[in-house]
Design a protein around this ligand. Structure first.
Ligand code: ZN
Ligand code: ZN
Length: 136
């Protein structure tokens, strides 16, 4: 088995999980749905067709929202609202929000996707000043 499982949890700590196996792809999606559901410039999701998730605690806290008429799904903790992994064994897919993980991962994002839908402020973000902590 996996000696170094990838672990994660929600912000309030109620939901904890462990993932064993490899991720195949990592996409930053700028579509309007992902911007709404993340509240940010883009989602950052890891995808695997082989990795397995084990819910360590708080599985009863997980709520899943399926946007009607779409394939857009979001899972989140019903207490703190943090994004959580979505396991879809029926289609052989595990989707994991990268920000929900506590352990480092050895995969880098493959691509920005739906880039044409990005917010109008989402331009050349890497050129903006970087502050180590909070602004003074
Ligand atoms: Zn929570
Ligand atoms: Zn998207």
């Amino acid at each position: 088995m996996d000696n170094n499982p990838t672990t994660g949890q929600c912000l309030c700590g109620a939901v904890k999980f462990r993932i064993s196996g490899e991720f195949e792809s990592f996409f930053l999606c700028h579509c309007s749905r992902c911007r709404k559901d993340s509240g940010s410039a883009h989602s950052a999701n890891l995808f695997s067709s082989t990795a397995k998730i084990t819910w360590v605690s708080g599985e009863a806290n997980i709520k899943t929202f399926h946007l009607p008429g779409s394939r857009h799904i979001k899972s989140f903790c019903s207490d703190c609202g943090s994004a959580l992994p979505i396991s879809q064994p029926e289609v052989g897919l595990l989707v994991v929000p990268a920000g929900s993980l506590d352990s480092p991962i050895d995969i880098r994002p493959d691509a920005h996707i739906c880039s044409s839908s990005r917010a109008n402020w989402d331009e050349a973000l890497t050129s903006i000043q970087r502050i180590e902590g909070l602004p003074s």
